[in-house]
Ligand binder design. Structure first.
Ligand SMILES: Cc1cc2nc3c(=O)[nH]c(=O)nc-3n(C[C@H](O)[C@H](O)[C@H](O)COP(=O)(O)O)c2cc1C
Length: 167
C-alpha cells in the first residue's frame, strides 16, 4: 500500500509499505525506526494509506491516526515476515546502502554465515505502527457505468457516517 505522511519540510511524502495485518480496527505496517517515515510520524502521527486493485477496479484510501504497536504485535509481525525481509531488517542501513552491490552481497552472506538458519528476532530498529481510520474512501470503477465512491467518516463518539461521491 502507499503510505502518505507529511514530510518534515511540509511537502507530502509517500512510499510503498507492506500491510502487515488488519486487526479488525487498525492497519499495521512495519519499518525501520531510523527511517524518514518514522521521524515524520513522530512529528505528526497522521497518515493516509492507499490500496489499489486495478484488475478488480477497486481502490481504498484510509486516513487516520497512527500509533506504535505493542512489542508483542511487532514481534508477531516480524516472525511472519519472510527470511529475506527478516535479514533485511538487520542489515539495511545507510552504510550498506552506500556500498557497492558486491559489498552488499558480502555483508548479507556474512550475516547469514554467522547465524545459519537461526530463528531471528527483530533488531532494535524494528518499528511497528498501526493506523486507526477516521476516514475511508472506497472507489469502485465500472466499464459500463460511472465510477463512484463510498465515503465513510468517523465522528466523535465513534459514530460513522456514509456518503456517496462521484468517482
Ligand atoms: C513492494 C514494496 C514493499 C515495501 N515494503 C516496505 C515495508 O513494509 N516497510 C518499509 O519500511 N519499507 C518498505 N518498502 C520500502 C519503502 O517503499 C521505502 O523505500 C523505505 O521504507 C524508506 O522510506 P522512507 O525513507 O520514506 O522512510 C517497500 C517497497 C516496495 C517497493
Amino acid at each position: 500500500m502507499t503510505l502518505s505522511t507529511l514530510g518534515l519540510d511540509g511537502y507530502p511524502a509517500a512510499r510503498t509499505v507492506l500491510l502487515s495485518c488488519f486487526d479488525g480496527e487498525r492497519l499495521h505496517f512495519h519499518t525501520d525506526s531510523r527511517s524518514r517515515k518514522a521521524a515524520e510520524l513522530a512529528a505528526l502521527p497522521r497518515a493516509a494509506v492507499t490500496l489499489v486493485w486495478p484488475e478488480a477496479a477497486r481502490q481504498l484510501v484510509v486516513v487516520g491516526d497512527v500509533a506504535p504497536v505493542t512489542d508483542a504485535e511487532a514481534r508477531t509481525a516480524y516472525a511472519a515476515r519472510t527470511r529475506y525481509l527478516q535479514v533485511l531488517a538487520w542489515v539495511n542501513d545507510h552504510e550498506a546502502a552506500a556500498d557497492t552491490p558486491a559489498r552488499r552481497r558480502e555483508l548479507w552472506a556474512a550475516f547469514e554465515h554467522e547465524r545459519p538458519g537461526a530463528d531471528l528476532g527483530p533488531p532494535s530498529t524494528w518499528a511497528g505502527f498501526a493506523l486507526t481510520p477516521v476516514r475511508m474512501l472506497f472507489w469502485r470503477g465500472a466499464t459500463d457505468a460511472a465510477s463512484n465512491r463510498l465515503a465513510y467518516e468517523r465522528h466523535p463518539g465513534g459514530r460513522w457516517s456514509q456518503e456517496s461521491w462521484p468517482g
